[in-house]
Design a protein around this ligand. Structure first.
Ligand code: PLP
Length: 361
């Protein structure tokens, strides 16, 4: 699986006090990367794990007690030309700002967000903590490529009453990742759990949203599925999302359909990017309600999207005992086009005509 808890040593931290953000970079315990690579699994876990401890942050707070917090996830990809570039960090900055406002926290300025993400990746790379580009990755369209996963998140001040957070920390950590989904199983199942409700926090990348998602994904995995798909809370028939990714249906009609944004859908940056790439190719894109029956009956190809997932094909979708198999259970041509175009831009083998990549080293 993707997220080992061996994070890189340099951590960014900002604290909001008296109306201003005080920024710092912390260097946690580490050796040279090549020395760490020579450690035994246990030794590495001990050292890497120690970087996840901070003795000057409160244990009992609104985040640990009530899930009051939000986060972001973005990646820096090694470039064919040797550099390291973040994918659309300005978009994560803007979503993080909205998430914090939505949770009634003082929002983190977007310019600091972008600068701090880049600087954290850069400082870790400066210590040697970074993946290096290899042309091997081109052979399987970057399916096995490495990248740096950047995880900014909020952490509340100490407190035990149910309350909003007025003086949060913003922390940014980096961790190395390779491919997200274990290969071999691309089957999804509709869950009867409800991820998000109208007037709730589904549109926010809020910690609390992932409890239901984790339960549903666990249940799906127990039944042999890679992913679960949520339906809407009110009508119980419109497709919403995967456990932590958006979903697309390339229909027999030639339309690329994806659920319209609203207060129950997370506005994915990969989603927005895919919509743009599809429109550039002359594909009609419908951001609209998609009845589960339509999805099961009219879909040629299906895929989920997200920073971790990229564009990952869904080969079948099961619902109430019915199983719809898409494209004969193989990755479709359109899905492959989207996946490869996105990866090509991200790893620098295709021109970045949209200015999506921000070079950090
Ligand atoms: C993060 C996330 C996504 C994908 O967003 P990206 O910006 O593309 O990574 C989709 N759905 C949920 C619920 C998410 O948390």
């Amino acid at each position: 699986m993707a997220f080992a808890l061996n994070s890189y040593p340099v951590v960014f931290r900002a604290k909001y006090t008296n109306g201003t953000w005080k920024e710092e970079y912390l260097e946690k315990p580490h050796m040279k990367p090549e020395e760490e690579a020579a450690l035994s699994g246990d030794e590495l876990e001990k050292l890497g794990g120690s970087r996840n401890f901070f003795d000057d942050m409160p244990l009992v707070n609104y985040t640990t007690q009530y899930g009051l917090g939000c986060f972001e996830g973005l990646k820096a990809m090694p470039q064919r030309n040797g550099g390291l570039s973040l994918f659309r960090p300005d978009r994560n900055a803007s979503r993080f700002y909205k998430s914090m406002k939505g949770l009634f926290m003082p929002p983190f300025p977007e310019d600091i967000f972008v600068r701090a993400c880049a600087e954290t990746v850069r400082r870790n790379a400066g210590l040697g903590f970074r993946p290096h580009y290899t042309t091997e990755w081109e052979k399987d369209s970057f399916m096995t490529a490495d990248s740096v996963y950047v995880r900014p998140f909020t952490y509340a001040e100490g407190g035990i009453g149910v309350n909003t957070c007025r003086e949060p920390w913003v922390v940014i950590i980096c961790t190395p990742v390779s491919s997200y989904f274990s290969s071999g199983n691309f089957d999804a199942v509709v869950t009867d759990r409800i991820r998000a409700t109208p007037r709730g926090t589904g549109w926010i990348k809020a910690c609390s949203n992932y409890v239901i998602a984790a339960l549903a994904k666990h249940e799906a995995a127990e039944s042999g599925y890679m992913e679960c798909v949520f339906l809407d809370a009110v009508h119980r028939k419109y497709v919403e999302e995967g456990s932590s990714c958006n979903i697309f249906f390339y229909l027999k009609s030639g339309e690329l359909a994806t659920p319209e944004l609203g207060d129950t859908i997370l506005p994915g940056i990969t989603r927005a990017s895919i919509i743009e790439l599809a429109r550039d190719k002359g594909i009609k894109v419908g951001e609209r309600k998609i009845d589960i029956e339509e999805a099961l009956g009219e879909t040629r190809e299906c895929f989920v999207s997200g920073t971790a997932a990229g564009a990952t094909p869904i080969e079948s979708l099961s619902h109430e005992g019915k199983k719809a198999v898409f494209n004969g259970g193989k990755t479709g041509e359109f899905t492959a086009y989207i996946r490869d175009t996105l990866k090509g831009i991200q790893y620098g083998t295709l021109p970045d005509t949209k200015g999506w990549m921000k070079s950090v080293t």
